[in-house]
Design a binder for this molecule. Structure first.
Ligand code: G3P
Ligand code: CA
Length: 276
């Protein structure tokens, strides 16, 4: 018997379950998997000694107890830092809050150490169910192709660099840089790519994407302000993955427009809203 495949809006945990646990840590990604997220989003940067690590900002100052640019630090420097305790403090950087949402357990050091992309790939491989990965290359132009090269080498080690068909790939690469996506596609034509946009452009207005890119990644602001562009993209046969969708009314809007993936800091809340 054949079953028609139901269109399912994918729920993607942005930087892990980052509303509750410190972003881009094993703690946040473990929580997202426990919460039932369909996919995990992560930003990747290169360290001074060529390792891909999951860190959003150029510098480590906001999310760790250290200072400095990721690109100027070696993996061993980053490994000495704590990427978790900042989350237990209030937004002003003041004293620890009485009852943090997330429990910092210093004995589980790995949970809040710097996370390499390699470790995240291991976590996903061991999840016991299909968990997809949406990897964003951060400021790849500075590295003239090295980020993509390292990324593809690492994916190859996990057998994920060359899916037989884009639709079956558990990994996709996202970027604001069309050039970065072009490099990925040149090396691996079947690996799906997502072009992220935060500003309206003539291309977006016309429902077009850079050559070879099949997935649009507009911000929720674009979706709110220009739902017709999203409809046009869908009509042109593109998938649409929207970030960052945390408000119930935004979830509703995206579902109404047939958005394919919601990238959210609160995967459990969004899954609840979707009745899953
Ligand atoms: O998922 C795309 C989104 O993460 C892009 O913005 O700044 O959170 O990396 P940012
Ligand atoms: Ca990101």
């Amino acid at each position: 018997m054949t079953h028609a495949r139901q269109h399912l809006t994918q729920v993607v945990a942005h930087r892990g379950a980052s509303e509750e646990a410190p972003e881009h840590t094993l703690a946040a990604y473990r929580k997202a998997i426990e919460d039932g997220a369909d996919a995990l989003e992560c930003d990747v940067r290169l360290t001074a000694d060529g390792h891909l690590v999951c860190v959003h900002d150029r510098r480590v100052n906001r999310t760790s107890n250290g200072r400095g640019a990721v690109s100027a630090l070696e993996l061993s420097d980053l490994a000495a830092l704590d990427f978790g305790s900042w989350k237990s403090r209030d937004a002003s950087g003041g004293p620890r809050v009485e009852e943090p949402d997330w429990e910092h357990r210093p004995e589980d050091r790995e949970a809040t150490s710097v996370l390499t992309l390699e470790r995240l790939l291991e976590l996903v491989s061991d999840a016991g169910r299909r968990v997809e990965l949406a990897i964003e290359t951060k400021h790849p132009t500075r590295w003239a192709g090295q980020v993509e090269e390292r990324l593809l080498l690492l994916l190859k080690r996990f057998g994920l660099d060359a899916p037989t068909a884009a639709e079956d790939s558990p990994v996709r690469v996202m970027s604001f840089s069309a050039r970065s996506l072009h490099r990925v596609r040149a090396a691996s034509p079947t690996l799906p790519t997502v072009h992220l946009t935060q500003f309206v452009s003539p291309r977006l207005r016309d429902g077009r994407l850079p050559a070879g890119v099949r997935i649009a990644g507009p911000s929720i602001r674009i979706v709110r302000g220009h739902p017709a562009y999203i409809e046009r993209l869908k009509q042109s046969g593109h998938q649409v993955h929207v970030w960052t969708v945390d408000e119930p009314e935004d979830v509703e809007l995206c579902v109404r427009l047939g958005v394919d993936a919601l990238i959210t800091n609160r995967p459990r809340a969004v899954l609840d809203q979707l009745g899953r």
